[in-house]
Design a binder for this molecule. Structure first.
Ligand code: GRE
Ligand code: ZN
Length: 325
């Protein structure tokens, strides 16, 4: 399929690139490094070759969210967003941007998002999970009351917030000790991101801001597969959960899923059954995933052509108000 739009596609700055190195062995790191920094050459060449018309770009992980000094986080986010805007301006038909946000300061994050959307033309925000603040050993989640006005701003601006994975802190990962293979993208990313997303859903923000839209990668970080059971058990043991409705309703009405790094038709079919084909968006997860593998899977997956067109292109066009020919 040509004309695909992909939206979990990362780039890095010299200030943030070291955050990605730990995920790679020294033999592949130089290639990954090049692919993170490159935008208009190798990346565009692969997009052309495999039918990706547009990437909505975002900063690598964990970047801003791992800067405990709030002032520094604010400055770095602004620098990353200005750089991204310059890159997008060179080829806006092929590249658009998501804002990096200094979530350490909810007010500053809201202001930066507003600047990025209104002045730089960005399509939303992509944030790498909980934020550290003041001290290294800290993890601030966005369902806390101090983020109330931030979510009001996201809803008012009418742009989605992509909750991207990060690693849990080592100080809070005792259950992975001696089992490092489950850290990172194989397992701990999804555990960390799904509990954060569930916290947001349970907090009632979607009752208070019904037009607020969240995006989750990796076909929903395991949530679609278990959402029935979550609500089934919560209906019997709600334990004072603030949300007014079953969490599945927020999953179906306020959340979009992308196919980033989860190129599995059975999993896609489950997600389609839970949230409908209108709320799933094609993505790769550049450079951590392979464009060829993601595209060849998606282009030939056993789904209806009408669904392929929606997931590959038109859903994103509508969600982001893209000017597609
Ligand atoms: C990511 O998407 O950000 C990512 C990493 C490291 C490994 C895999 C991966 O940051 O998908
Ligand atoms: Zn990613």
């Amino acid at each position: 399929m040509t004309g695909k739009i992909a939206l979990e596609e990362h780039f890095a700055l010299p200030d943030t690139i070291d955050d990605s190195e730990r995920y790679f062995t020294p033999d592949v790191w130089p290639t990954m490094r090049h692919r993170l920094v490159d935008i208009h050459e190798t990346r565009l060449g692969e997009m052309d070759k495999y039918g990706i018309e547009m990437m909505i770009l975002s900063l690598n992980a964990v970047a801003i969210q791992a800067v405990p000094d709030t002032r520094k986080a604010i400055v770095l986010a602004r620098k990353a967003n200005d750089y991204l805007a310059e890159q997008v301006a060179k080829n806006p038909k092929r590249f658009q941007g998501f804002a990096a946000l200094p979530m350490q300061d909810p007010e500053a994050a809201a202001r930066e998002l507003e600047r990025c959307v209104r002045e730089l033309g960005f399509k939303g925000a992509l944030v790498n999970g909980f934020t550290q603040r003041d001290v290294e050993d800290s993890a601030v989640y966005f369902d806390l009351p101090e983020y109330e006005a931030f979510w009001a701003t996201v809803e008012r601006l009418g742009v989605p917030f992509y909750l991207h994975p990060r690693e849990p802190l080592a100080s809070r990962s005792q259950h992975y000790e001696g089992h490092p293979w489950f850290l990172g993208s194989a397992w701990s990313f999804a555990v960390e991101t799904s509990i954060h997303a569930l916290r947001l859903m349970a907090s009632g923000i979607f009752d208070r801001y019904p037009k607020l839209t969240l995006i989750l990668g990796h076909l929903g970080e395991r949530i679609p597969y278990d959402i029935w059971r979550v609500d089934h058990r919560l209906s019997k043991t709600p334990r004072g959960i603030p949300a007014k409705r079953p969490l599945g309703e927020y999953l179906r009405n306020n959340i979009y899923l992308t196919t980033s790094g989860n190129f599995r038709t059975q999993t896609l079919l489950d997600a389609m059954g839970e949230v409908s084909t209108d709320r799933i968006l094609f993505s790769v997860d550049w450079p951590f995933e392979d464009v060829q593998e993601g595209c060849e899977w998606f282009d030939t997956a056993s789904i209806a052509e009408a669904d392929r067109l929606k997931i590959g292109r038109t859903n994103a066009g509508k969600l982001f108000g893209l000017d597609l020919a």
